[in-house]
Design a protein around this ligand. Sequence first.
Ligand SMILES: CC(C)(COP(=O)(O)OP(=O)(O)OC[C@H]1O[C@@H](n2cnc3c(N)ncnc32)[C@H](O)[C@@H]1OP(=O)(O)O)[C@@H](O)C(=O)NCCC(=O)NCCS
Length: 138
Amino acid sequence: MGVDTELIDDQTYFVVECDEQIAGCGGWSRRATLYGGSHSAGRDSAMLDPSTDPARVRAMYTHPAFTRRGVGRLILSLCESAAAAEGFSRLELMSTLSGRRLYEAAGFEAIEEVEDSSGGAPVPLIRMGKAITSVALF
Ligand SMILES: CC(C)(COP(=O)(O)OP(=O)(O)OC[C@H]1O[C@@H](n2cnc3c(N)ncnc32)[C@H](O)[C@@H]1OP(=O)(O)O)[C@@H](O)C(=O)NCCC(=O)NCCS
């Protein structure tokens, strides 16, 4: 998909480093785009309303050499705290099948299963959500 540079411009994207290597990255957004890169179809840069809309969790990737060491969990926790600090009470994301277990472990629940055929072959995805409070609890 490529990078969504809006996340970087908005300063809502985290990078975790270990011994000067990038171990993982991921972030959140106060904008409507749910997933995809800067050039993906269906983007929507509109600002979300924290009183009614869920903030987004976006673009979570852990380097294969650093998986199952808590990098994804750490980034989700940072996203949750940052979104809650801006008044959001809910998070939503679009998960790949390989991301589902991480999000379930962090308290997200499946909302709907969809298929994205924009790249040619259909890719199964799961929209997931979680209520959040002003303090990250996991
Ligand atoms: C999904 C991904 C980001 C997980 O990152 P991670 O840093 O390995 O996750 P964590 O170590 O923080 O895992 C936290 C918990 O999530 C669950 N979990 C994470 N990956 C899992 C897996 N492959 N199988 C089962 N459970 C998993 C576990 O409960 C884990 O806790 P445990 O290791 O103590 O059992 C990583 O596997 C990845 O980059 N996958 C490819 C890209 C991708 O699909 N990203 C999601 C896009 S929506």
